[in-house]
Design a protein around this ligand. Structure first.
Ligand SMILES: [Zn+2]
Length: 268
């Protein structure tokens, strides 16, 4: 089936009421290129700004996107790393500096992770939504979080470089293209890096473009993103992560598949 051979998933990270204005700019920019479905990575209580709250327009927009073929997946609960203090310099750098303290599931124990997954799902259930996918903030999962996630019954998760079918126990190399838009300097660097990566990763069956609200602050990043999407759509089918998971799952009947992962293979 052609779709899973050369697919493109465009994910919009950190979707929440406080980021919604910027998210809308990204949605509009992609829509100008083509009417492709997106995967919205929704954070129900982003930075504790109103737990499961939002105005009617926000929820109506998400509902409309869903009805038009986009996917609503869960992306943590608060998007804040509130786990125990980092215990070594490397952990400190990774959790507090590199991810700016937003790797919510980076250091949780299994019980804490179960609780946050349950809270997040409860917020979705109140809207009548059920997420098939869960993507950890900053793609960081502790051992306990990985255990809780495998038990929770989601269909898939993704790390920075892999896509995991949780029920089937399969994973696939599926690299992400990401802009780093914390400042103009980083943004310019990542724009050239993103083009290079796209060239190098041409052969990957699934390429993921991860857009973050801050990307919308840089007009040049928006323009670059539009050109990149246009280019990638010449050789790839755009689909939601859920659709990719379903298509791949339908083909997962061969137990000898080299893509099997073991319970101990925590995404990194
Ligand atoms: Zn995020």
């Amino acid at each position: 089936m052609a779709g899973t051979e050369r697919a493109l998933c465009i994910a919009l990270h950190d979707v929440a009421p406080p980021t919604w204005q910027l998210c809308q700019k990204l949605i509009a920019a992609v829509a100008q290129v083509a009417p492709v479905p997106l995967t919205f990575l929704v954070v129900p209580a982003y930075h504790h700004h109103g737990e499961c709250q939002g105005d009617a327009d926000y929820f109506a927009a998400l509902e409309q996107a869903r009805s038009q073929g986009s996917e609503l997946a869960l992306h943590g609960y608060t998007h804040l790393d509130e786990g125990r203090r980092p215990d070594c310099t490397w952990n400190f750098f990774w959790r507090q500096v590199y991810t700016r303290g937003e790797g919510e599931f980076a250091a949780l124990g299994v019980e804490q992770a179960r609780q946050r997954l349950a809270w997040a799902r409860e917020c979705f259930a109140r809207r009548g939504w059920q997420a098939q996918g869960f993507v950890a903030p900053a793609w960081l999962l502790s051992e306990g979080s990985w255990q809780a996630l495998r038990e929770a019954g989601f269909g898939y998760t993704t790390s920075f470089s892999r896509f995991y079918l949780l029920r089937e126990g399969r994973s696939l190399f599926a690299p992400s293209l990401v802009y780093s838009s914390r400042n103009g300097w980083g943004s310019a660097l990542s724009r050239s890096g993103t083009s290079v990566s796209a060239q190098l990763l041409r052969a990957a069956p699934l390429l993921r473009l991860a857009l973050h609200p801050q990307d919308a602050n840089h007009r040049s990043t928006l323009l670059h993103c539009q050109r990149l999407v246009e280019q990638l759509l010449q050789t790839r089918d755009a689909m939601t992560k859920m659709e990719f998971a379903q298509r791949w799952s339908a083909r997962c009947h061969d137990d000898a598949s080299p893509n099997r992962f073991r319970a101990s293979d925590r995404p990194v």
